[in-house]
Write a protein that binds this ligand. Structure first.
Ligand code: HEC
Ligand code: HEC
Ligand code: HEC
Ligand code: HEC
Ligand code: HEC
Length: 293
């Protein structure tokens, strides 16, 4: 009978009694070629996997070039989990998710169960109705060198040059657009929205913003590819929480975004001081020419 190397191991595993000497003897017998080949194959496969991981981290999609268009599907080919993950049913301390509501979840527009950040912005019906965000709107590249000082060839002389500690996104170009403070001073309003709102709204006037913004001021707005401008105006007829939701109602910042100031029909030719440095058009990357929305 010819026992192969693997066959012996199976035999040992199966409990066939072998003397220590016999075992020793087998170990010293030069193994047949298959065994090292299998091991070598596995080692090679492991190395390939490690290599693939490195390659994925340095994938060219993490380094967008100007004008390049990356689709969400291209990112999701590797990052599908960001849209699939769900929140825990309760906190570790036992507070049930279904019984929890944070201050920023009390606007009229908030619906549904607790869900993840990515899904609120990209998948759930309300988010999708007012905006059209894509991965690259927030993730403008993901250069691994940004996460560690001195690791960039272009910043080699100064450990911190160009190092933004930008872990995942740059909030001043993304989040701040929809999560800044309500800029009541430039509007000539005496206080924050929850205070002034009471004097402006009633059963017939559901949206106090539109008292001034339907016809009088800054009526030329939201002509950008990442918002559904017409749908926003439509939904806003029912509640100012639609407008306030992106202009102060969930503010993570004490500053407001310095919005471009588009000309509107009744605009005075005098530019107020606060608006002197403002652009007069949206970021060209996202601009839609009038009427195209
Ligand atoms: C070929 C696969 C692949 C593609 C395509 C890809 N990524 Fe990645 N990405 C990775 C890997 C692998 C990592 C490192 C993950 C880790 O170390 O936890 C990573 C890391 C990231 C991170 C940081 C994750 C963290 O936990 O810090 C972000 C954000 C990210 N990618 C976004 C994107 C976006 C946006 C796109 C599309 C423009 C994209 N990726 C395309 C594979 C990919
Ligand atoms: C509204 C802005 C925004 C959009 C749109 C967005 N992300 Fe993110 N993403 C973030 C922020 C902020 C974080 C860090 C949050 C965290 O750590 O949980 C993050 C974290 C991540 C991470 C690492 C942490 C994790 O949750 O795994 C990956 C990978 C990622 N995003 C991929 C994507 C992909 C792919 C898309 C498109 C389908 C996308 N993101 C769309 C803002 C965004
Ligand atoms: C184009 C506008 C827009 C941008 C840009 C944006 N958000 Fe939001 N964000 C929204 C809207 C609208 C909602 C409400 C979604 C809902 O009620 O389902 C929201 C909800 C949230 C919530 C609450 C989620 C919950 O569970 O209630 C957080 C936290 C948040 N955004 C953080 C961020 C951060 C951080 C960024 C930047 C990485 C960002 N957002 C970028 C519009 C935006
Ligand atoms: C009493 C009138 C009035 C009301 C009510 C009002 N606004 Fe305004 N708003 C203004 C005026 C005036 C400006 C500045 C016009 C200009 O550019 O000269 C302005 C400017 C803005 C700007 C641009 C700020 C900037 O820095 O460029 C936003 C955004 C805005 N309003 C949103 C809202 C929202 C949302 C509401 C309701 C929650 C609201 N406004 C209610 C009068 C009003
Ligand atoms: C989903 C988030 C979102 C909602 C909802 C929203 N806005 Fe905006 N708003 C933005 C963003 C982002 C910009 C900047 C767009 C740009 O750069 O042109 C903006 C710009 C503006 C401006 C500046 C206009 C200008 O001169 O370009 C005004 C005024 C304004 N919004 C008022 C409103 C009012 C009033 C409502 C409700 C009818 C509303 N917004 C609803 C996100 C939102």
């Amino acid at each position: 009978m010819r026992l192969s190397w693997t066959g012996t191991l199976v035999a040992i595993g199966a409990g066939v009694v072998l003397g220590v000497g016999a075992l020793h003897g087998w170990a010293q017998t030069p193994p047949t070629p298959q065994a090292p080949k299998a091991e070598a194959d596995k080692a090679e496969a492991d190395a390939d996997k490690a290599g693939e991981y490195d390659q994925a981290i340095w994938n060219k999609l993490h380094f967008p070039s100007p004008g390049s268009r990356v689709t969400d599907a291209q990112c999701l080919a590797c990052h599908q989990e960001v849209l699939e993950r769900r929140v825990r049913p309760s906190t570790l301390a036992g507070l049930k998710t279904s019984e929890t509501l944070a201050w920023y979840q009390t606007l009229d527009t908030y619906t549904g169960e607790q869900d993840t950040f990515h899904r609120r912005h990209l998948v759930l019906p309300y988010g999708k109705s007012v905006m059209n965000l894509s991965c690259t709107f927030c993730h403008r590249g993901h250069d691994p060198r940004d996460e560690a000082p001195g690791s960039s060839a272009t910043a080699a002389s100064q450990a911190t040059a160009g190092f933004t500690l930008r872990k995942v996104v740059d909030p001043s170009k993304t989040c701040l657009l929809c999560h800044g403070t309500f800029p009541n001073k430039v509007m000539g309003l005496p206080g924050p929205w929850p205070e002034v709102r009471k004097g402006l709204e009633n059963a017939n006037v559901k949206n106090g913003c539109l008292i001034c913004h339907a016809q009088q001021f800054r009526t030329n707005r939201h002509n950008v590819t990442y918002l559904h401008g017409a749908k926003i105006e439509d939904l806003a007829k029912e509640s100012s929480d639609v407008c306030y939701g992106c202009h102060g109602g969930r503010s993570w910042y004490r500053i407001s975004y310095p919005y471009p100031r588009h000309a509107w029909p009744a605009m005075s030719p005098t530019v107020p001081d606060w608006a002197k440095d403002r652009p007069t058009e949206s970021d060209p990357e996202y601009r839609i020419e009038d009427g195209a929305k």
